[in-house]
Structure formats: structure tokens, C-alpha cells
Design a protein around this ligand. Sequence first.
Ligand SMILES: Nc1ncnc2c1ncn2[C@@H]1O[C@H](COP(=O)(O)OP(=O)(O)OP(=O)(O)O)[C@@H](O)[C@H]1O
Length: 121
Amino acid sequence: MKDKRKSSIGFSYAWNGIKEIAKTEHNFRIHLVATILTTVAGFTFRLSNVEWAIIVLTIGLVLMAEVMNSAIEKMIDYLKPEIHPSAKIIKDIAAGAVLITAVIAFIVALIIFLPKLDSIF
Ligand SMILES: Nc1ncnc2c1ncn2[C@@H]1O[C@H](COP(=O)(O)OP(=O)(O)OP(=O)(O)O)[C@@H](O)[C@H]1O
């Protein structure tokens, strides 16, 4: 019982973190919109189970990278609020991780949706 309460408190802290990022991070909101559009496209093109699994994993990868990037940005702003070359490179590297996942998501979208668009036109 005690463990259950503890884990639900942990979940509420995690949810609080996600809400904070959704409120403050512009890029995260853009990725949420992309998630909604991709989901609509998925239903429109009647994706197979395997295609859905790949799309869900890819969306998760991008959102997770965005959340980790935001955590790193906030940590740097807290530890090193002034301009510093190390602060710059740490934030640039974290942003690089998001860029990699966004490129992967774009390629996955091309592989899955292009043939379906092709069959329509
Ligand atoms: N303290 C700092 N010292 C040096 N360069 C910084 C510092 N903070 C940010 N930068 C540079 O500015 C870039 C953008 O940083 P910022 O914290 O605004 O990230 P962002 O991606 O614009 O964040 P947000 O998602 O909040 O808009 C970083 O990638 C880094 O190159």
C-alpha cells in the first residue's frame, strides 16, 4: 500500500515535469503538434500494427530526447546562468541529440507515408 502511494507520488512529479516542459518549451509543443498530425495521418492511411509500432517508438524517441534536452538546459541555466563556453557546448550537444531524433523521425515518416501517398496520386 505504502509502495503504491509512493509510486503514484513519483508519477505525479514526472507528470508535473512534462506539464512544465509543455508550458515553457516551444520546441516540445511543436513536436506535440507533429505527434498529433502523424497520428491523424496514421489513422487516415490505416497503418498496419508494425507501422504503428514503429511510429509510436519514433515519436517516443523524439519526445524523450526533447524532455532530456530541456532538463539539461534547465540544469545548465541553474548551475551556470552566465555565458560560458562549456555551458554553450553542453547545450549544443543536447540540442544535437534532438536533431538526430528529428532526422530519424523524418526518414521514418518518408519510408512509411511516401509509398502510401504514391499509391493515391
Ligand atoms: N550560458 C550560456 N553560455 C553560452 N552559450 C549559451 C548559454 N546558454 C545558451 N547558450 C547558447 O544558446 C543556444 C540556445 O540556448 P537556449 O538555452 O536558449 O536553448 P534553446 O534551444 O533556445 O532553448 P528553448 O527550448 O528554451 O528555446 C545554446 O545551444 C548555446 O549555443
